[in-house]
Design a protein around this ligand. Structure first.
Ligand SMILES: C[S@@+](CC[C@H](N)C(=O)[O-])C[C@H]1O[C@@H](n2cnc3c(N)ncnc32)[C@H](O)[C@@H]1O
Length: 248
């Protein structure tokens, strides 16, 4: 379990997280989100979804709007407050939690860890604990949809973006070339006087890991998941998508 005093990824940038992604990826991000929602609909037409690493609700919000019952889990309380504010504005009910360990069994039809959530976990013990927790929150036969980030998409040197009052630069450098762990850093100058009266600079630094399916298959099996199916259509988009089922 994480040390509560350690800074978490997105502690610094949660208030500009959505805007930063909008600025970097624009309509492409919306198309990608729609594609993910279509994938989810092809797995589960309706029912209860637990979105782990739900962030600011990129998927949780439209899923709730489409009448799924959604529970959101994210270790970062700042990301959850952004989600909660949107849910309140839209009059949606999405219970949110920061600690999956303390959440009583949710009996869900589907679990999601999508948009590189698994990359935030750096060691096998942490991943095994998460998979076991996910399994605990699912009904027998329920599905688990996840993505695995592609190392090529994560390798970025000095990628710059500009717009919406943000000027950002992103660097992702693998610690050892060909190794799985990378240092992610992002520095954003925020010039949005209406929301933030003083210009300021937001600096994020954290580590990420690119897992491959071979590495995680035995952890999924140990956690009570069956055969993993690759979902076609996401190649070239920075991550590959997979679905498996909780064994009955
Ligand atoms: C890149 S964001 C993705 C957000 C969202 N899933 C989406 O599709 O937009 C990754 C999120 O995973 C969260 N996260 C990382 N490790 C986590 C863990 N062990 N349990 C729950 N959330 C986690 C981070 O706080 C962050 O909000």
């Amino acid at each position: 379990m994480e040390n509560k005093n350690m800074p978490l990824p997105h502690d610094q940038n949660h208030s500009i997280y959505d805007l930063s992604y909008e600025t970097q990826f624009g309509p492409g991000l919306h198309r990608f989100t729609q594609m993910s929602l279509n994938t989810i609909a092809s797995i589960l037409a309706n029912g209860k979804v637990i979105d782990i690493g739900c962030g600011t609700g990129r998927l949780a919000i439209p899923l709730a709007q489409n009448n799924y019952q959604v529970v959101g889990v994210d270790v970062n309380a700042g990301m959850l407050s952004a989600l909660n504010a949107k849910a309140q504005r839209l009059n949606l009910s999405i219970p949110t939690f920061t600690d999956i360990n303390q959440l009583e069994d949710q009996h869900c039809d589907l679990a999601l860890t999508v948009f590189t959530v698994l990359s935030y976990i750096l060691d096998e013990d942490g991943l095994l604990e998460l998979f076991q927790n996910i399994n605990r929150h699912l009904k027998p036969g329920a599905s688990f949809l996840f993505d695995l980030a592609s190392p090529a998409a994560f390798s970025q040197n000095n990628r710059r973006y500009n717009g919406n009052g943000l000027t950002g630069v992103v660097n992702v450098q693998f610690i050892n070339p060909g190794g799985p762990i990378a240092n992610y850093s992002e520095e954003v100058v925020v010039n949005r006087p209406d929301e933030f009266p003083n210009n300021h600079t937001v600096t994020e630094f954290f580590q990420i890991r690119c897992w491959n399916l071979n590495e995680i298959s035995s952890l999924l099996a140990k956690s009570g998941f069956g055969f993993t199916r690759h979902i076609p259509g996401y190649s070239g988009m920075g991550a590959e998508y997979y679905v498996c089922k909780k064994e009955i």
